[in-house]
Design a protein around this ligand. Structure first.
Ligand code: 9UX
Length: 69
């Protein structure tokens, strides 16, 4: 398992947090997703043989949020 923190811009309420958490947890290989509105970031524990950081970022972007470097 690997852990990554991804900065996420564009979340404005708890609904956004639930949405981002849900789309991350729906990806194959994701075992934990913890999203913070205050810190504007997502911490994800994942299996790198099943999903890449780039795919995590893409899923967040596709949901209408912006991952920031
Ligand atoms: Mo809150 Mo977010 O009303 O996608 S759910 S702004």
């Amino acid at each position: 398992m690997m852990e990554v923190s991804i900065k996420v811009a564009g979340m404005s309420c708890g609904g956004c947090v639930r949405n981002v958490t849900g789309i991350l947890k729906a990806l194959p290989g994701v075992s934990e997703a913890e999203v913070s509105l205050e810190q504007a970031q997502a911490r994800v524990v994942f299996d790198p043989s099943a999903v890449s950081v780039e795919q995590l970022r893409q899923a967040i972007d596709d949901a209408g949020f912006d991952t920031v470097d």
